[in-house]
Design a protein around this ligand. Structure first.
Ligand code: AKB
Length: 317
């Protein structure tokens, strides 16, 4: 079987960097083109600098590398978006139009990451359903909700095979997040590993949906490889991994690091988090393409601490 030829935007980001490695392993490094606005040499495979707002360069790369699938991960996240609302809207929407148009004109398959940020204060908080009230309170959430609807529009109107997931907060040891409201849940493990106290910018009981990176990458690839007749949702699928508060995460960390200390100084990100669900109902993703998470809080915590220990030891050596 011919392997797909893939272009990834935002390949140096938190999810992009891990997804790029996984796709290289799966389809062969020669079939993957990593792109990012930051021109950092990539020793492991093909890389091209790309500002996803540059439609012409995007099309040139698609032609040159004979691309048939695009994973469009470049975006401004929730917390950073609130500092630069108009720029965040422009970057998130214009870059999406560039990849949607490319997908339409060149018959590409497209992955668009949505987020739990599409939900808002009026959304039911617990087991948030696939179809529900959606009135997001952040620019990021508004752009993701509009993006979902544009994706569905391109599917219905032009037959573009675009697929999407509403990611919860993603936690991994491989990369650092940037500009998100759920970033604390990664930083906390680094502090625990360095035996430093951690100050959390969310309140102790602020429960949010989260997912371990391995589950998120597997979900993304499973969704993209699922037979087309199983994909009934063309906005974005709800996806659930686990849900916990900073207090519960700190308790889990203390099972391996009993001296770990946490304090709380909620800032503007607490208000964003408070408008998001506590937990997600992902039964539609389960039914349609067989989604099932593998990690819970304890398993993830153990693996994060082990992997970060190895990482910090390797840096010292
Ligand atoms: C963020 O916090 O902005 C992201 C997200 C939940 O989409 N991690």
């Amino acid at each position: 079987m011919n392997q797909p030829r893939v272009l990834i935007t935002g390949a140096h980001g938190q999810i992009g960097s891990v997804l790029t490695k996984s796709l290289r392993r799966r389809y062969g490094a020669d079939n993957i083109l990593a792109t990012d606005i930051r021109d950092i040499h990539d020793p492991e495979g093909q890389f091209a600098q790309l500002d996803a707002l540059d439609a012409k360069r995007l099309l040139d790369l698609i032609d040159t590398y004979r691309i048939d699938v695009v994973y469009h991960l470049a975006a401004i996240l929730s917390a950073k978006g609130e500092q630069i609302p108009q720029q965040a809207w422009q970057i998130n929407m214009d870059s999406l139009f560039n990849v949607l148009e490319a997908a339409k004109n060149k018959q590409l398959q497209l992955f668009f990451p949505s987020s739990i940020a599409v939900f808002g204060e009026n959304t039911p908080r617990d087991d948030t359903p696939q179809e529900t009230i959606m009135q997001p309170s952040t620019v990021y959430g508004i752009s993701k909700l509009a993006g979902e609807n544009w994706c569905q529009y391109y599917y219905l109107k032009y037959g573009v095979d675009v697929r999407s997931i509403r990611y919860p907060g993603i936690i991994g040891y491989q990369s650092l997040p940037g500009g998100g409201t759920t970033d604390y849940a990664v930083d906390i493990y680094h502090k625990a590993m360095l035996a430093e106290p951690f100050t959390c910018f969310l309140a102790p009981d602020m429960k949010l949906p989260m997912m371990y990176m391995d589950d998120a990458i597997r979900a993304t690839i499973e969704l993209m490889e699922a037979p087309i007749n199983q994909i009934r949702v063309r906005t974005a699928y709800n996806l659930s991994g686990m849900c916990f508060s900073p207090q519960e995460q700190a308790q889990a960390i203390r099972k391996w690091k009993p001296d770990f200390s946490i304090s709380y100084a909620p800032d503007f990100r607490q208000q964003i988090a408070a408008s998001w669900p506590n937990s997600i109902d992902d039964s539609v993703a389960q039914q349609d393409w067989g989604w099932k998470p593998e990690y819970n809080l304890d398993r993830m915590t153990q693996e994060m601490l082990e992997q970060l220990k190895n990482k910090y030891q390797a840096q010292k050596a």
